[in-house]
Design a binder for this molecule. Sequence first.
Ligand SMILES: N[C@@H](CCC(=O)N[C@@H](CS)C(=O)NCC(=O)O)C(=O)O
Length: 179
Amino acid sequence: MAPKITLYTSYACPWAHRSQIALRELKLAFQTEIIDLKVPRTAEYLAINPRGLVPALVYNDEVLTESAIVSQFLVDAHPSHLEKTSSEPGAAKTLGDAIVKEIEPLLKDAGPFFGGSERLTLAEVDILLPPSFLPALEKDAPNFWKWANALTKEESVTYIWDEKKVTEGTITRLGLNKQ
Ligand SMILES: N[C@@H](CCC(=O)N[C@@H](CS)C(=O)NCC(=O)O)C(=O)O
């Protein structure tokens, strides 16, 4: 059954624009509620998003706020051209290319972590990729390579990581053991 979706938005807001684009690209039907940002938020809207910001998305009975979370949720819930799943052919190459182009320059002053930090930052908490991933990156993205290797030596990163189990599971999931 199609979800019931309401987007609380302002057409002047670049963050809310993200949600507009995602919903349109995914061809999801949704109701629009324009929030006037020039006046204080109503009690009704504050009950939906106590921070009073747009966008907010009501998806069936769930409320989602923060535009990046809204987009990620929509993309995850409705597989589409917007994001390849990890088992689709080409996904690894696309991700590898994106690392070389987008992430590599951001890590030029990593020390060894983001922004020259000696300890983990939120960037490391949110972005996790094993260094065994795409060996070609050692040459094409040396900053990333160094960073990823430092990251996977941290106890907070490895304490739940069972490499053998995950590798076996991935091989089975991708059917690589049948070839
Ligand atoms: N981090 C938020 C930012 C959202 C945001 O700042 N929205 C602005 C409009 S562009 C807003 O609602 N401002 C209302 C206010 O500050 O009263 C997101 O990505 O959703």
